[in-house]
Design a protein around this ligand. Structure first.
Ligand code: 3PG
Length: 206
C-alpha cells in the first residue's frame, strides 16, 4: 500500500475543507494541527482551492490532499499545487488511471459492490465509502464489504462526533472523512478557536 495512504490509518480522521479565502489557509492549518489532526482534504469546490493548496504545500507539518476531484484536469492542477493525494466523490476511471499511472495516491468514492470491484481492477486497496450515512451507514458497509476483505474503506458523508467512533471501530474502516469540524459558517466567521475545539473533540473519539 502507498505510504501516504497508509498514513490515514494513523491519522484516522480526514477533515474535508471547503475554503473560499486563501488568507484563511494558514490559520485553518494551525487550528487543525493544534486540535491534533495534521491533515486536510481541500475540496475543488471553490476558486480558492488551488491557491490554498499552493500556500499549504509550503508547510511540511500537514498532509495535504485535494477532494471533490471530478476530472483529470483537476487532478493535474491539484498535484501541481502540492496535493499529495486525490479524493473523488465517485469512481471516474480516467482520474483513477491518471493517478495510478503516475503513482499518485487516489481514493475514489464508491458505494456499491460493483464500484468496489472496479476499484480492485485498478489495484486499489483503499476506497472512500460515500455518502456513507445516506447509503445505509454501518449496516450497509458491513454487508457490502463482506466479500471484499482485501479492501479498506474511508466512510465520508454524514459522519459526525456521535457516529465516528462506531465507524472507526470497524476493522474494514481505515479512517473517516468529514466536514463537521470545518463547517462553512465557522470559516466565514474565522472562528478558528471553534474549529480547533471540534478537531480536538474528534481526536478524543479515537
Ligand atoms: C465530501 O466531500 O466528502 C463530503 O461532502 C463530506 O461529507 P460531510 O459534509 O457530510 O462530512
Amino acid at each position: 500500500m502507498n505510504e501516504i495512504i497508509e498514513m490515514f490509518s494513523k491519522i484516522r480522521i480526514i477533515p474535508v475543507v471547503t475554503i473560499h479565502n486563501a488568507e484563511d489557509a494558514n490559520p485553518l492549518a494551525n487550528a487543525l494541527l493544534e486540535g491534533g489532526i495534521p491533515c486536510a482534504e481541500i475540496t475543488f469546490r471553490t476558486s480558492a482551492a488551488e491557491n490554498v493548496l499552493q500556500i499549504l504545500s509550503r508547510r511540511d507539518d500537514i498532509l495535504l490532499g485535494a477532494g471533490s476531484v471530478l476530472n483529470t484536469a483537476q487532478a493535474e492542477k491539484a498535484v501541481e499545487n502540492g496535493a499529495r493525494f486525490i479524493v473523488s466523490p465517485g469512481l471516474n476511471s480516467k482520474v483513477v488511471e491518471y493517478c495510478v499511472d503516475r503513482n499518485i495516491p487516489v481514493i475514489p468514492g464508491t458505494c456499491t459492490p460493483t464500484d468496489f470491484t472496479q476499484a480492485l481492477e485498478y489495484g486499489l486497496t483503499v476506497v472512500k465509502f460515500f455518502p456513507a450515512e445516506v447509503m445505509g451507514g454501518i449496516r450497509a458497509l458491513k454487508a457490502m464489504s463482506a466479500p471484499f476483505p482485501m479492501l479498506k474503506f474511508i466512510p465520508t458523508g454524514g459522519i459526525n462526533p456521535q457516529n465516528v467512533k462506531d465507524y472507526l471501530n470497524l476493522p474494514q474502516v481505515m479512517a473517516c472523512g468529514g466536514s463537521w469540524m470545518v463547517k462553512a459558517d465557522l470559516l466565514k466567521e474565522k472562528n478558528f478557536e471553534k474549529i480547533r475545539y471540534l478537531v480536538r473533540e474528534a481526536v478524543n473519539h479515537l
